[in-house]
Design a protein around this ligand. Sequence first.
Ligand SMILES: [Zn+2]
Length: 156
Amino acid sequence: MTRDDVEPFKQLFVVMAQRMAVPEEKLSGAGSYFLAFQEEDPAIPFECVKTAGLELTRATGATFFPTAPDWLTRAKELQRTTQLASAQRQLTAHKDDNSPHCHDCSDTSWAPLPDTIDPRTGIAVGSVTRCGCVETNPKLQTERLMRQARHAGRQS
Ligand SMILES: [Zn+2]
């Protein structure tokens, strides 16, 4: 979650508190929950936190506001499920599609820069730069996820 998620998070917190009929004076906790999440896993997407939060307060027999660790655990589960599902989709989608998603770097995440002339030698020097698609390129994301999955598999 990012700073931009602070306000939506507070709103979500209020909705959850209302569902659980948590008294007003306990609502001051939104900030500390947010901080706890930030510390524990800054990369957790707000969408997962939201779905997890709503799920936890909707659960039958739920009478207590979820603790930050419980909430985050559920959010992480959701994140993992979503990631795996989309990785799976990417893999299937790319099977018949060999054209690169990014034409700047051909999905290598390194984009060539225009050659520069070295003033001392007069020789054209090629170089590369981190491509702007690094964070968003689905092919690179899929590769990262598959690496993570393999890594997690080895650990357990
Ligand atoms: Zn690229």
